[in-house]
Design a protein around this ligand. Structure first.
Ligand code: SAM
Length: 341
């Protein structure tokens, strides 16, 4: 079948960990990954406060709902970031002389197409390797890319960040793009773990382009995560359908509601599911249950907001030296370009 050769973006010692999924897309072999998803979900659900890891939001329906969120009038993030990249992609690519662009948590890579266009214009080719837990987005971006940029090689990696990042060949000059302010979904400890791992896995000719949403008026922030059509609420509560499907558990979606607010001390929007009636949740594969009390919350997602100078300083602590800062006229969103030092 076409597109079945092992991707050259993967280091030879890690290639056997990937299996061919469909044309130009490979999946990380889960035998080497999390052995028991039920346990890792329960660990965070039994924590105080109860919380969930962000990747659980992106089953097929979750990915589709996220695409709808990106189009909402209240959700300024995608529009703003897209306009910055569309206008300044030429400078971004000129400042990062690379052969490959690896996108972390790529989704459908719509905004990245501006970078790819510049990569083709300035360097006539290269490789694009999006990494995502959701196969849906990888398929969409493969089809668009193969039609619009036949000069580029497409090597889609269906995996979690850490599995993808540690498999990338260090000697290939690579721009890691991490857009959409997805970095804001990390808790403080996940943030440290992620950037330590990313920086350790980067080679001396590598760059990072990080999209980060900035601190701004509370009203704007709160509206972006509580839209009038209720799409964000659907997206957040859909996580329980995904968990029920994966684990055979029995969260009752009719007995929960969505609640979000901006926590100014932590500079983050917090998105919760609140139980509207006491319910006992069973996990049959582990023979464990817990009682989710009425009015008790589960923190499903956070979206941290950043101050760009401070974020650049923090990245420097991980050996990522600032190269350039791109923003919009309102200074609502920032794209920070750093180089591995
Ligand atoms: C907030 S969306 C951003 C999508 C796209 N980058 C954008 O800017 O519109 C987060 C993306 O990261 C993916 N994702 C979430 N957790 C992940 C993980 N642990 N490993 C790999 N991908 C992940 C999701 O499937 C989703 O496509």
């Amino acid at each position: 079948m076409q597109g079945q050769d092992k991707p050259h973006i993967l280091s030879p010692s890690r290639q056997d960990l990937w299996r061919f999924t469909e044309s130009h897309i490979w999946t990380f072999d889960t035998n080497h990954a999390d052995p028991d998803p039920a346990l890792s979900i329960l660990r965070t659900l039994l924590d105080q406060p109860r919380w969930l890891e962000a990747h659980l939001l992106y089953d097929e329906r979750g990915s589709q709902l996220f695409e709808q969120i990106c189009e909402l009038p209240e959700y300024y993030l995608t529009r703003t970031e897209n306009s910055i990249i569309a206008e300044q992609a030429g400078q971004m690519i000129a400042a990062a002389p690379v052969e490959c662009i690896v996108e972390l948590g790529a989704g459908t890579s719509k905004k990245t197409m501006h970078l790819l266009r510049e990569q083709v214009r300035q360097r006539e080719g290269g490789t694009f390797a999006p990494i995502d837990v959701s196969l849906t987005g990888l398929i969409v971006s493969r089809d668009i890319l193969r039609q619009q940029f036949p000069q580029l090689k497409f090597q889609g990696l269906h995996a979690r960040y850490e599995e993808g990042i540690s498999s990338i060949e260090k000697d290939l000059p690579t721009l890691f793009a991490f857009l959409g302010s997805t970095v804001g979904n990390f808790t403080h400890s996940e943030f440290v773990r992620f950037f330590r791992h990313l920086s350790d896995s980067m080679g001396p000719k590598d760059f990072l382009l990080l999209g980060a949403d900035r601190v701004k008026e509370v009203e704007v922030l709160e509206k972006a995560y509580n839209d009038s059509r209720g799409v964000t609420a659907d997206f957040i509560l859909n996580v329980f359908q995904n968990i029920n499907r994966q684990l055979g558990s029995d969260f009752d979606l009719r007995k929960m509601r969505y609640y979000s607010w901006y926590n100014p001390e932590w500079q983050q929007v917090e998105m919760y599911a609140i139980s509207t009636a006491t319910q006992e949740i069973h996990f049959p594969t582990l023979s464990i249950s817990f009682v989710w009390e009425k009015e008790d919350r589960i923190l499903v997602e956070i979206s941290r907001k950043f101050e760009p100078t401070r974020l650049q300083q923090q990245l420097q602590c991980f050996g990522l030296k600032p190269v350039a800062h791109f923003t919009d006229p309102k200074e609502w969103f920032s794209l920070l370009l750093s180089k591995k030092s």
